[in-house]
Design a protein around this ligand. Structure first.
Ligand code: CO8
Length: 264
């Protein structure tokens, strides 16, 4: 794809937004390439996805301000929906998605990172929703996901004030799980984390994602029913038999089998 690089290493796929001349800002073409890339991922073969930005300066510096500058109300709403649909696709993607934030994650960039399951970053990363300074609200989920991740009070402070924060503060408030000294260390850590996830039983990992994502949208009574169904769904799989069998036989040499995902 023109604005998105895609590579697969074993069970791990890497999606790199590649528009460094505009700090990987998201215009319609970049968003389309991102969407098409996720649509083309073979989820029978890939067990974890890493999303990052090209270069050492920026993950994604937001939606493209030039492209948005002339939009009408209707076009703005339409563009918001376009981005939201793609980010929701990433959020509900069957396998875990890790955002490796290698620099600016502003506006739509922070929103992209927040649609991923896990965020880690390099020390030069900067996060924020600066939209109010441009006369708009966050429009790709920022008014919704930020509060769910870092809490309502802190999110309102960041969004109302359009205040960007550095990596150490993002770590302190729980927006990222870890900070690495530079982009090279970040990408090595992202690979290691992704391979660790990919080495676990794939149906179980996918069901964990679904259980956590869907359970958090409903009350506890409904949430535990979601868990029960996905827990039950793991039984009779080859992985469940092999995983428990290995434990009971005390055989650590056996690996979990690769089984195609059946719950797409
Ligand atoms: N859109 C378009 N171009 C951009 C963007 C962007 N968001 N960010 C950077 N660029 C371009 C610059 O215009 C510049 O291009 P050129 O070289 O042709 O002049 C190039 O990238 C390099 O940028 P800078 O020279 O500005 O680099 P600096 O290191 O000086 O500054 C910053 C880096 C601080 C990241 C600065 O570029 C900046 O503030 N960028 C804008 C950040 C921002 O406000 N992001 C939020 C955008 S709004 C948004 O994301 C809303 C999402 C929801 C949309 C809903 C639609 C309805």
């Amino acid at each position: 794809m023109g604005y998105v690089n895609y590579e697969v290493n074993g069970y791990v796929a890497k999606v790199t937004i590649n528009r460094p001349e505009a700090l990987n800002a998201l215009n319609g073409d970049v968003l389309k390439d991102l969407s098409d890339t996720f649509d083309a991922i073979d989820t029978d073969a890939v067990r974890c996805v890493i999303v990052t930005g090209a270069g050492e300066k920026s993950f994604v510096a937001g939606a493209d301000i030039g492209a948005m500058s002339t939009m009408t109300k209707a076009e703005g709403e339409q563009f918001g929906k376009y981005g939201n649909d793609i980010f929701r696709k990433i959020e509900t993607f069957p396998v875990p998605v890790i955002a490796a934030v290698n620099g600016f994650a502003l506006g739509g960039g922070n929103e992209l990172a927040m649609s991923c399951d896990i965020r880690i970053c390099s020390a030069n990363a900067m996060f924020g929703q600066p939209e109010v300074g441009l006369g708009i609200t966050p429009g790709f989920g920022g008014t919704q996901r930020l509060a769910r991740i870092i809490g309502v009070g802190k999110a309102k402070e960041m969004v109302y004030g359009g205040r960007n924060i550095k990596a150490d503060e993002a770590y302190r408030i729980g927006l990222v799980n870890a900070v690495y000294e530079n982009v090279e260390e970040l990408m090595a850590a992202a690979d290691k984390m992704a391979m660790g996830i990919a080495s676990q039983a794939p149906i179980a990992v996918r069901n964990c994602k679904k259980a956590m994502n869907e359970g958090l949208q409903v009350d506890m009574d409904a949430a535990i029913v979601i868990e029960e169904k996905l827990f039950g769904d793991c039984f009779e799989t080859e992985d469940q038999k092999a995983g428990m069998g290995n434990f009971l036989e005390k055989d650590k040499s056996k690996k979990l089998k690769v089984v195609p995902f059946k719950n797409k």
